[in-house]
Design a protein around this ligand. Structure first.
Ligand SMILES: NC(=O)C1=CN([C@@H]2O[C@H](COP(=O)(O)OP(=O)(O)OC[C@H]3O[C@@H](n4cnc5c(N)ncnc54)[C@H](OP(=O)(O)O)[C@@H]3O)[C@@H](O)[C@H]2O)C=CC1
Ligand SMILES: CC(=O)C(=O)O
Ligand SMILES: [Mg+2]
Length: 563
């Protein structure tokens, strides 16, 4: 059959057939599915969690903790999620950024068994639906798909990027209440451009470079089109596909190709935009009470360091929100105080716009007062931004002079160092508070420990799309939405901003505590589901009653580990 053909050409898709053992029902509550070993004494879950936590704590490195947790996920997802939920701030950095970065870099060594996910390689063209059928669970509600080209700020890791899809989906379950068996990690293998990755004898992906000629790119586009159709026919129109960590030459194009036709969004472009917008909205409560500070989004001058998926995604969503908040304002007007810096300097109209990437063009404004700032410090001095957002993947690029320059013009400068993992952060929390004399409203993409400066403790908020995608996904899945769009991202940002308590703002964080991330997801989901009904994109019948009834129904639908 075509399936057998496809499997023989794809060594990574074969083993899943064997998972469809006649002895294993698909019911996760079936005791036969709890693990491979015969069951021992019935130990209460809190005891098992405490036992696993003490084993994890005894391990020498976070990568060891990742590895143990990954093996628990494969054999006993109940224990895994009970442990993660027991202490999200403690375990999230082990299953997500920063440790997931190191895990991807070492992925071939960690996953000696088949990793938990479907690998599609370009030889599966024509058979994608057949390969999907090899997965042992049928009721898939959310897929995170990567091709591994831009894994965090670590570059092209090829097939080792599967760790990112697995990590994001673990958060869909832990923070968004999506049942583990309804999630499917997918890696699409069209090669890898880093010889060092490809040449590792243990590398599990194709040892070819990525598409570069127009014909190869066309073949890749056609593969993605087939993938989306296969997902729709196999799992239904409401199955949500989240793009993750694609290189930006593909990410923007794929989003454009598929977002009007399928239930999909790009987390790096749209989820990141939403979390940053939410943080900026919350911080208006701080900036609006100081003299000359921004009272609304349109009063800000934004400077983005990094003009890729994250930078242009955030810039675009902020501009759209400013436009919506100011009736009569054009989108061009809304963009005028938003500036980008890329690897060649400030993006201005003086660039050769014919060669400028499509996503940067809307922000290529005329250079201010004929000065062409060459570097970031010069840009900060020339533009006096109120907010500096780092999404460059370039560590230690927010220097003392840059932070001091921001602080010399702003009572409360907004400085976000969002590049992941921790080693790529544009500056550290300690540097931001010291150099700004405690004035910076600071956030990072990966977690930083609290900092004590001049006797006050500062808590850094984690400006990470993990506050957004589990809730947006939950709302879309609950309402059986057939589309997810930028308005959902604005809706989610507003909901997030409304959940930041004053005491967090007072200690320097413009995000809610991580302990509350699951609650944040519920509240975002309520708003996203309502928006889907208002737009007419929801297949599910409206829940009778108001917000309270809807929230209760959403909570009821959420999976939680049996404890
Ligand atoms: N906190 C969060 O939730 C998220 C964080 N991120 C992080 O943001 C980073 C970037 O991701 P993404 O936007 O998707 O990546 P992209 O590859 O799409 O964009 C990177 C951008 O950084 C620019 N850049 C690279 N080197 C320099 C330099 N030396 N000086 C100035 N600009 C530079 C690039 O310039 P050019 O265009 O000229 O090549 C490009 O515009 C990653 O580290 C990622 O982990 C991403 C998503 C979410
Ligand atoms: C957080 C995230 O999505 C990234 O760094 O790519
Ligand atoms: Mg990402």
């Amino acid at each position: 059959s075509s399936s057998a053909q496809s499997c023989s050409s794809n060594p990574f898709s074969t083993p899943y057939t064997s998972l469809k053992s006649p002895h294993s029902s698909k019911d996760p509550a079936d005791p036969k599915n709890l693990g491979l070993l015969p069951r021992g004494p019935q130990v209460a879950m809190p005891v098992r969690v405490a036992n696993l936590e003490s084993r994890l704590n005894a391990l020498p490195t976070d990568l060891d903790r990742y590895t143990l947790l990954a093996s628990v996920l494969e054999t006993d997802s109940n224990l895994y999620f009970a442990t993660v939920s027991n202490d999200v701030p403690r375990w999230m950095p082990m299953i997500y950024t920063p440790t997931v970065g190191a895990a991807c870099q070492n992925f071939s060594k960690i996953h000696t068994n088949q990793p938990k996910g479907i690998y599609l390689t370009k030889s599966d063209k024509g058979n994608i639906a057949e390969v999907l059928k090899n997965w042992p669970y049928e009721a898939i509600k959310v897929i995170v798909v990567t091709d591994g080209e831009r894994i965090l700020g670590l570059g092209d890791l090829g097939a080792n990027g599967m760790g990112i899809s697995i990590g994001k989906l673990a958060l869909y379950t832990a923070l968004g209440g999506i049942a583990p068996e309804s999630t499917l990690p997918v890696h699409i293998d069209f090669g890898c451009n880093v010889a060092e990755v490809r040449d590792d004898p243990m590398y599990m992906g194709l040892r070819t470079s990525r598409p570069s000629t127009p014909e190869e790119v066309k073949e890749y586009d056609e593969f993605l089109a087939e993938f989306f159709e296969a997902v729709k026919t196999t799992y239904g129109e409401s199955a949500l596909v989240q793009f993750e960590d694609f290189g930006n030459s593909n990410a923007f194009r794929f989003l454009e190709m598929f977002q009007q036709k399928y239930t999909t969004f790009n987390d790096d472009i749209q989820g990141t935009a939403s979390v940053v917008l939410g943080g900026i909205m919350a911080s208006l409560r701080l900036t609006s009470v100081v003299e000359g500070g921004a009272k609304s989004l349109k009063d800000h001058t934004f400077l983005f360091f990094g003009a890729g998926e994250a930078g242009c995604g955030i810039a675009g969503l902020i501009a759209e929100t400013i436009r919506q908040e100011n009736p009569g304002m054009s989108i061009e007007e809304a963009r005028k105080n938003i500036w980008l810096v890329d690897s060649r300097g400030v993006v201005t109209a003086k660039r050769d716009t014919a060669k400028l990437a499509h996503h940067k063009l809307p922000f290529a404004h005329a250079a201010p007062a004929d000065v062409e700032p060459k570097d970031l410090l010069a840009a900060v001095q020339a533009l006096s931004p109120t907010a500096l957002i780092g999404v460059s993947g370039q560590p230690q690029t927010f220097s003392k002079e840059i932070v001091q320059s921001m602080t010399s013009t702003q009572a409360r400068p907004i400085i976000f160092s969002l590049s992941n993992p921790t080693s790529k952060s544009e500056c550290t929390a300690e540097q931001a508070y010291e150099w700004s004399d405690g004035k910076a409203i600071f956030a990072t993409g990966s977690p930083f420990a609290p900092v004590t400066y001049k006797g006050k403790e500062y808590i850094t908020g984690q400006g990470n799309n993990a506050y957004i995608f589990p809730g947006v996904g939950l709302g879309a899945i609950f309402s059986q939405a057939s589309r997810v769009d930028d308005n959902d991202m604005i809706t989610a940002a507003r909901a997030l901003a409304g959940l930041v308590p004053q005491e967090n703002l007072d200690s320097g964080s413009c995000y809610p505590d991580l302990e509350l991330a699951r609650e944040v997801s519920v509240r975002i989901a309520v708003e996203v589901a309502k928006a889907a009904w208002e737009r007419g994109t929801a297949k599910r019948e409206r829940v009778p009653g108001g917000d309270k009834e809807l929230e209760a129904a959403i909570r009821d639908s959420m999976w939680a580990p049996r404890v």
